[in-house]
Design a protein. Structure first.
Length: 156
């Protein structure tokens, strides 16, 4: 195996690739170490005018689609999605809306936001976990409707 040593170092990348190739385990093309996929969290929020299932479904679907589209996220890149809703939303689970657009196989979790005096009303927040080659600064977070100015410090 000496012909596969990388710079004479056992365990070097060339050596490991040669061993993997010989054993039929080599993935091709090899992932570039400069752009290896990472687990990232993408944020978003929207509001509803009324606590009714139809409007919650519509606004959540629009929010999720914008989050996916702006960041070129494929279905298989999704790891999980967490939804939170303010205490004044109780007519349906926001995750139910995600299932209407084919995200039922993605782990979905819903939780209640704490009630904060002066906080935004009828707000649904999303934290989407995904694998991507984009850096944190390249992600485009999405804030719609009454949540547009919720996080002005994040790129959108």
């Amino acid at each position: 195996m000496n012909e596969y040593l990388a710079g004479g170092v056992p365990g070097g990348l060339a050596y490991l690739n040669a061993v993997a190739r010989a054993e039929g385990r080599l993935r091709w093309p090899l992932p570039s170490p400069a752009v290896s996929p990472a687990l990232r969290a993408l944020r978003g929020a929207t509001t509803v005018d009324d606590d009714v299932p139809e409007q919650i479904t519509e606004r959540v679907v629009i929010l999720l689609q914008e989050m996916l589209d702006r960041n070129d996220v494929a279905h298989d890149d999704l790891v999980s999605i967490i939804f939170t809703a303010t205490p004044d939303i109780h007519s349906m689970f926001p995750a139910t809306a995600a299932r209407t657009i084919g995200l039922g196989d993605v782990p979905l979790l819903g939780a209640s936001e704490i009630g904060v005096d002066g906080g935004i009303q009828r707000c649904i927040r999303v934290m989407m976990h995904l694998t991507t080659e984009r850096s944190r600064t390249e992600l485009r977070h999405v804030y719609l409707e009454g949540a547009k100015h919720l996080r002005d410090d994040l790129p959108s």
